[in-house]
Write a protein of this length. Structure first.
Lengths: 589, 572
């Protein structure tokens, strides 16, 4: 059931190239037809040779002339066959690689639309393996399928017709024995499908280990974990090897088994043909010459079965991979933006959080009954011990996750009625875990505004105090930063993330430990730029440094998913509560 | 290539038996025409139906024997192929583990992942097919040529010429496409990079509404991959038509010469038919061979990519010393400097610092001032470009790296945990740690609550620690380092996500530990280091001052500024 639906999905991808498909099929027909016809011409030439007078010299000149003309025609057809074959390969290449490109693109596009809860809980290596390895496998299978499946089928049909023309009795024997071959191929491939699926899964699991261990190889080294990492890897590797051996061995049985069926067919044709030659009556008797042609075709007839069965195993493998890619492509997406009924446009920045509850796992409630009113332009600082729900609150404001109960409104409009882009365009975010894409410094700063001019980019970089270190990089703003920020220090990465937001200047800001890796001197200098930026902008600031927090209009003190205190710095200090404790611990040792 | 043979060593028997059994099968196939000849010459000619039936039974028997041979052959080939690649992957993974930071920086993670997965798979398919066909195909091709020249010695030359022309085509295409396959794999690296990046940067990408432009940029990468694939495909697509032309033109010429020879009485018609059959046999075998060459070309390109990683040896030479000198100093840096590979300027210069056993050393300085570079020198993640680093009186370059690192525990700036239980993670640096020791470390790191919240030591942590908050992760990584019971404990800005209260109790708890460890604390916060026995202030890679808090307040302008920015209400 599953297999079939995967197949139909693959077909719908191929359907996008339907104008190429008939061409490929026509070329396949031409190729096969000519390939079958050329031996007949050669056979005719041999018949003429058989009729020649042995050592006849001049007496054979007519025969030679006839042979030359037959061979001339054969040469033309040979060239035509090659041309058709070549064009067909080109087209098949095109279809296979385009389809895998399309599938890959859809899989990647899916990554952008999956809910963050999916990305947060699925091993990245596994998604990676589906997007890259499995689509590769799909294109290999498709390519082989196209080049050999059509031609194989057509060769079978063509040969069948010729067999019937030559001797219907022998043809009948072949037809009766054919299902044997198909049955054998089916029997084996049915079993290998599951093995290939298991193999794909084992590969996915292994890729996850590779991704984790090699992605963090510096950590592995720091803890001399290499030995045990190797052991873990080897364990997965052995498991994969065991499954691979079975999958490869069973799939490679198809060829010998079908070839054995071929031998049976061949022996049967030889038996029936030879007996007909000996005992046949006038109507059914065949000559020795016909018998050799029959045997030649019997051979040719069974070859495509071999190929097809080979293709089928490869195809099974591809289908197993395709299934995994489609599982990803069809995973449940974030609730659509289609339901958006309202438009925010350029927000004022008024935020109300109304009796919101949320949890990542249902059995462990995190935020319950949280309410907060923020006027536009207000500066809100969120403080509290680790794990109190600060980051979760940001996840909800950005709609990385959606609330489980209650409502968040911006400018009075419930965020669930807005498109995510509409909401997020109004919020600038700097996270503690900085992330830069591989690309130039300039590209990274201009991420939110690709059309920004150089002056604007440099201005933002200066405001965030990133300009001075960028200047010292080998190619300045055109320095290429490798994966995950390459050799930049954590603090430098944070400065770039700040510059990124300084360039866009949206009406609302979220700063989650935005300066945690930046030294306090630089931070102080940035602070004035920050203050300027926050002027008239609703800002949510998460910070441990209470000095950053002091100037906020409202300080929220969170604990265990709830707001336990709320007020200005001086108010909260006077209250001598939890905030007071936190504040004083800054100077305690 | 040499590498593949190296890994084949453990599978010598399989790698020999596979092809040999394949040859047996091919030989059986060559007998079939002889039996058919018997049927025609004896059976049909004499009208002996019993003989015909007997010969046909022989055909069946040959088929059955062929089946037995090839099934066993397939098994051995599969075993050798899987074995080779499993071994290759395992040593590649282990080898990457031996590379130093410098090489890891240069290779890049994505590229290493492609090599371990996609490239290894290509090699597996390649080895499998090679074992199955490498001996068989030439055996059939040259066998047919020898049989043909036995019939007519004159024909040996034309058969030889045909085979030569075919080899030129086959190997020519192989040589042209080989570098292109390498390009395909390189493009694949690009696709992997984009995918990885988008998985890790999902939040930022979404926050900036960059989904569409990321898809577009992936589209470009994937499209570039597709274009190279199509280019290689176009070149390989020449293989079949060209071999077809060569063989068939050879057949046309053969029939023509044959006709003339028959006419002159040099050959019989039957012999011409036999020659024709042999040429056809070569064609059939070559079609298989051509497909096999394509796969092998890919495999060789991939094997090259794997080899190139295996060929990189760590730029760091391991030492042999596995005992300290019992010096009074746990750590001594003498005029140490570090210039990263490819960097134009040194990241560290003139660093001199001595730490007595049990002392606490603070490292402070601006963003990019070289704090992390400095501590990277101690467990020898990078080697000094000049000067020296000594641990317990011995130059770190003289220690065996494993021993050196066993004495040091580092809490990196980026708090990463592995997928697995809390216990697994805590045992990262000390495999034999008991639950009691782990709990003790969790307590010191103020992380016991975090572990309990996750369900105790058996609680599950997602890859990278994604089911924890930043501060929770940091506390667990600190505990992880403590479980190691190190002589030198390095905290690289490890408390940045901790609130001040937790940070303060953490420092207190570390101070009260009875292990007497020398502690290095890198921090942005003056409060975290001001009570250290010694503080080094870094400014742009050079020390601006070394001394106690009081000394530095007098001598270091940079330190004064930092301190003022945090303690005097921001007035500088």
């Amino acid at each position: 059931m599953k297999k079939k639906s995967t197949l139909s999905k693959v077909i719908s991808y191929i359907g996008r190239y339907k104008y190429l498909l008939p061409v490929s099929i026509i070329l396949a027909i031409i190729t096969v037809g000519l390939t079958l016809y050329v031996p007949i011409l050669i056979g005719d030439a041999i018949t003429v040779i058989e009729g020649m007078i042995f050592g006849g010299g001049e007496a054979n000149s007519d025969s030679i002339a006839r042979i030359v003309s037959l061979l001339g025609m054969a040469t033309v057809l040979i060239l035509a066959t090659s041309l058709a074959q070549w064009l067909m390969s080109m087209i098949n290449n095109r279809i296979a690689y385009h389809v895998s490109h399309d599938v890959r693109r859809d899989a990647f596009g899916k990554i952008e639309r999956l809910p963050l809860s999916y990305l947060d809980t699925t091993r990245h290596g596994d998604i990676l393996s589906r997007t890259v390895n499995d689509t590769e496998q799909l294109s290999e299978g498709l390519l082989l399928g196209f080049t050999q499946l059509f031609t194989g089928l057509l060769t079978i049909i063509g040969t069948m017709v010729l067999l019937f023309v030559l001797s219907w009795q022998v043809a009948l024997v072949v037809v009766i024995l054919t299902p044997l071959s198909l049955f054998a191929a089916r029997f084996i491939s049915g079993r290998t499908f599951n093995l290939f699926k298991a193999q794909s899964e084992a590969k996915g699991a292994q890729t996850a280990i590779i991704d984790e261990m090699i992605g963090n190889s510096k950590l592995v080294k720091a803890f001399s974990y290499e030995g045990r990492a190797n052991a873990r890897f080897d364990e997965a590797n052995e498991r994969l090897a065991g499954i691979s051996l079975k999958a490869i061995f069973f799939s490679s049985l198809v060829n010998p088994v079908t070839r054995f069926v071929n031998s049976v067919v061949y022996a049967a044709v030889a038996l029936v043909g030879a007996l007909l030659a000996v005992t046949g009556s006038a109507g059914t008797a065949i000559t020795v010459g016909t018998l050799s042609v029959l045997l030649a075709y019997a051979n040719q007839y069974t070859k495509p079965f071999n190929e097809i069965s080979g293709v089928i195993t490869e195809f099974q493998n591809s289908l197993a991979s395709a299934g995994r890619v489609f599982d990803l492509i069809e995973a449940e997406e974030e609730t659509g933006d289609g339901a958006a009924t309202d438009v925010l446009g350029e927000a004022m920045g008024e935020v109300s959080i109304d009796n919101v509850s949320f949890s990542y796992v249902p059995e462990r409630p995190l935020i319950q009954g949280l309410s907060l009113e923020v006027r536009d332009g207000q500066r809100i600082a969120i403080v509290g011990p680790t794990g109190c729900g600060k980051t979760t609150l940001i996840n909800l404001l950005m709609r990385f996750y959606d609330v489980k109960g209650g409502e968040i409104r911006v400018d009075g409009k419930p965020v669930l009625t807005l498109t995510r882009h509409d909401l997020r365009r109004n919020i600038g975010m700097v996270l503690q875990d900085t992330w830069l894409k591989s690309g130039t410094v300039r590209e990274n700063i201009a991420m939110g505004r690709p059309d920004a001019t150089d002056e604007e980019i440099i201005k933002a970089a200066k405001a965030s105090h990133a300009h001075s270190f960028i200047k010292r990089l080998p190619d300045g703003y055109d320095t290429y930063i490798g994966e995950d920020g390459g050799s930049l220090s954590q603090g430098q990465k944070q400065l770039l993330s700040i510059a990124r937001v300084m360039l866009t200047l949206p009406p609302m800001l979220i700063l989650d430990e935005a300066t945690s890796s930046i030294d306090t001197r630089t931070e102080m200098k940035i602070q004035s730029a920050f203050s300027e930026m926050m002027q008239g902008r609703t800002s949510f600031i998460v910070a441990h440094r209470l000095s950053t927090v002091r100037e906020a209009d409202v300080i929220l003190v969170m604990r265990d998913g709830n707001i336990v205190e709320q007020g200005s710095h001086t108010e909260l200090l006077e209250r001598r509560g939890f905030y007071y404790e936190l504040y004083n611990s800054q100077f305690a040792h | 290539m040499r590498r593949i043979f190296h890994f084949l060593r453990g599978y010598r028997v399989d790698a020999l038996l596979g092809p040999i059994l394949k040859l047996c099968e091919a030989t059986l196939e060559l007998i079939v025409p002889l039996i058919i000849a018997n049927i025609i010459d004896t059976g049909i000619a004499l009208g002996d139906t019993g003989y015909i039936v007997k010969q046909c039974l022989w055909l069946l028997l040959l088929g059955a024997a062929g089946l037995a041979f090839s099934v066993t052959a397939q098994y051995f080939c599969a075993r050798a192929a899987v074995g080779v690649v499993t071994g290759m992957r395992s040593s590649l993974f282990a080898h990457i583990g031996t590379l130093s930071y410098t090489e890891i920086d240069r290779l890049g993670t994505s590229s290493m992942i492609t090599r371990m997965t996609s490239d290894a798979n290509q090699v597996q398919t390649g080895v499998n097919l090679t074992l199955r066909l490498l001996l068989r195909s030439p055996f059939v091709v040259f066998g047919a040529m020898i049989m043909a020249s036995a019939i007519d010695p004159d024909m040996a030359g034309s058969f030889g010429l045909t085979i030569l022309a075919l080899s030129v085509v086959v190997f020519g295409i192989m040589l042209i496409s080989m570098p292109l396959y390498k390009r395909v794999q390189r493009k694949l690296d690009g696709v992997v990079t984009r995918t990885r990046e988008n998985l890790s940067g999902a939040r930022v990408i979404r926050a900036f509404c960059k989904e569409k432009s990321e898809i577009d940029s992936f589209d470009t990468e994937s499209g570039a991959l597709m274009r190279v694939q199509k280019l290689v495909g176009r070149i390989s697509a020449l293989m079949n038509p060209l071999t077809y032309i060569i063989i068939n033109v050879a057949i046309v010429l053969l029939i023509h010469t044959g006709a003339i020879k028959v006419s002159s009485g040099a050959l019989t018609a039957g012999q011409v038919v036999a020659l024709y059959n042999y040429m056809s046999q070569i064609l059939v075998e070559l079609i298989k061979m051509a497909n096999f060459i394509i796969t092998m070309t890919k495999a060789v390109a991939s094997a090259g990519r794997i080899s190139s990683v295996l060929d990189i040896s760590s730029s760091m030479k391991d030492g042999t010393v596995s005992e300290g000198a019992g010096s009074e100093y746990a750590l001594e840096l003498e005029d140490a400097a570090l210039t990263y590979l490819g960097a134009s300027e040194p990241s560290l210069e003139g660093i001199t610092l001595k730490a007595k056993k049990g002392e606490t050393i603070g490292i402070i300085g601006g963003t990019g001032s070289g704090k992390t570079s400095l501590i990277n020198l101690i467990p020898r993640f990078y080697d000094v470009s000049s000067g020296s680093v000594k641990v317990d009186g011995v130059d770190v370059r003289d220690y065996s790296i494993e021993y050196l690192r066993s004495r040091i525990a580092l809490v990196p700036q980026k708090a990463v945990l592995f997928a697995g239980t809390v216990r697994d993670n805590m045992r990262l640096g000390n495999e034999g740690a008991t639950d009691g020791e782990i709990i003790e470390a969790l307590k010191v790191a103020q992380a016991l609550g975090v572990a309990e919240e996750k369900g105790g030591l058996d609680g599950y942590i997602e890859q990278g620690g994604r089911n924890l908050s930043g501060g929770q992760r940091q506390r667990l990584t600190i505990a992880r380092a403590l479980v190691k019971k190190p002589e030198i404990l390095i905290l690289d800005d490890s408390a940045s996500a901790l609130d001040y209260a937790t940070d303060a109790s953490l420092r207190q708890a570390i101070k009260n530990m009875d292990t007497g460890a020398t502690v290095l604390i890198v921090s942005q916060r003056a409060s975290s280091i001001m009570y250290a026995d010694k503080i080094i202030v870094l400014d742009d890679g050079t020390p601006d001052g070394v001394g106690t808090h009081e000394e530095l307040l007098r001598s270091s302008a940079v330190y004064r500024e930092i301190y003022a920015s945090q303690f005097e209400g921001g007035a500088v």
